[in-house]
Design a protein around this ligand. Sequence first.
Ligand code: MRU
Length: 348
Amino acid sequence: MQCDSLRGFDRVRALRWQEGALHLLDQRALPLQTQWHALSSSLEVAHAIRALIVRGAPAIGIAAAYGLVLAARECALLPPGQQTTAFIAAAENLRAARPTAVNLMWAVDRMRAALADQPDVDRALVEAKAIEAEDLAANYAMAILGAGLIEPGSGVLTHCNTGSLATAGLGTALGVIRAGFADGRVARVYAGETRPWLQGARLTAWELLEDGIPAALIADGAGAYVMSLGQVQWVIVGADRICANGDTANKIGTLSLACAARQFGVRVMVVAPTSTVDFGTLEGSEIHVEQRDQRELTDYAGQQIAAHGVTAFNPVFDVTPARLIDAIVTERGVVMAPDVEKLRGAFA
Ligand code: MRU
């Protein structure tokens, strides 16, 4: 399969740099409304990441990189003695916007290193554009590598949104599904709704419909049952952080799918660029799992739907141990049955 045969599946963009501002497609409003916001300060970008206007591990890294272009512009207006301190403060603020997806920290650190903390706007823009372009190229490479693992006529189940909206374009797990569909390997797609924020029902279902790829939306709790019917040969998901030993943080619900997959003889594929691989985190227990506002669970569309007075526990990621993962696909290759030695050998 060639990259060109995938371009027709890559039409949506979550962000674009235009006329000196970062434009973000508001993922809170999709698919009912298409709203773009033009952001012109690094504080606005940090807020947009926290508020999930932009989301998905690679996309928040790219957004933060452009946030540092805006920070460089702001800092260049300050007296020379204050510029570096202000630039570092803006970088730290962006880096802390969300805790789990390592692509955010990776992108901020890469920008700081490229600029040596000097707010040079032109240099910052070159680096941010490179981060975006490399992510897009990685997704095309992973799509082809991952699809190659799938037998023709297979059913796949995916979780959360890992498509163009979550990346620079095409997607990670959804890129593999797109390539697999184009190649006749993927015959059926099940998309978990992804409670509570509904990334699957709102975003993945929308992207698949835009592409003309038939998919069935399922309640998150239906995953194990669908696997028990023999309808699914691969669970294919993205990642927010892959530890040195292969333990993988991804959207809450991924761990349940991986446990069910093992029970029913379904294989699990994690698809993520090497910017998601974090050799500084040795194993899953070290990952900071983001907890979000209880109201994401107790309320819907601004209306309380849970019993008044109930408290909620809302971790938005979980960690799947490496032993439940059959393949990790990155742009630099595939690691089967990942462990610390194989990952170091492949990527360190
Ligand atoms: O909270 P979100 O929507 O940012 O979580 C996104 C996910 O968990 C994705 O599966 C992951 O970032 C991979 S996206 C290519």
